[in-house]
Unconditional design. Structure first.
Length: 168
């Protein structure tokens, strides 16, 4: 089973006959209802998929549209969205652990050192998650704040060194 989001410019057909004739239409030309589930054929895909449309409010107040497709034609729309939402949390985890804990940037070649690096990255992720809960900031904002604080401390230390070696 697969579930993934698609862009509104994808071409779809509403029947196998339309698909066989190559009569695809742009997804964004249709007005779907919230939570609407339809069986469609995506261009360059030989089998039907279930299409679910969800609407949501962006932080700026605008309305966003999420189109989700799955090859499981029997699932209810709410269940498909629930599974997609869980999958998205896993995607966020992978992105954060790779980008915020330097998991990919291990300079080691020895297996033990690699295991230690992976373990350290997992600990760093757990600490970021703990800070995220306590501060209501996401991992990227936390990383930025930590880097900014480190730069400020380094700058102040540099000023102190400068004062101690350069008398007034």
């Amino acid at each position: 089973m697969f579930i993934f989001g698609i862009k509104s410019n994808r071409l779809i057909a509403f029947s196998d006959e339309e698909r066989k004739k190559g009569q695809y239409q742009n997804l964004n030309t249709f007005n779907f209802k919230y939570g609407d589930k339809r069986i469609v054929w995506l261009k360059e895909l030989a089998f039907p998929v279930a299409l679910i449309t969800k609407f949501f409010k962006n932080k700026d107040g605008s309305t966003g549209v999420l189109h989700i497709v799955t090859n499981d034609l029997n699932q209810e729309a709410d269940r498909i969205y629930e599974i997609y939402h869980k999958r998205w949390r896993i995607e966020e985890y992978h992105k954060s652990i790779k980008q915020n804990t330097s998991l990919e940037k291990s300079p080691t070649k020895i297996a033990r050192s690699q295991r230690n690096h992976i373990f350290s990255s997992l600990i760093a992720y757990c600490k970021l998650e703990f800070l995220k809960i306590n501060t209501s900031l996401n991992h990227f904002a936390l990383k930025y704040k930590l880097i900014l604080k480190a730069h400020q401390m380094a700058y102040h230390e540099l000023q102190n060194l400068h004062r101690s070696f350069m008398p007034a």
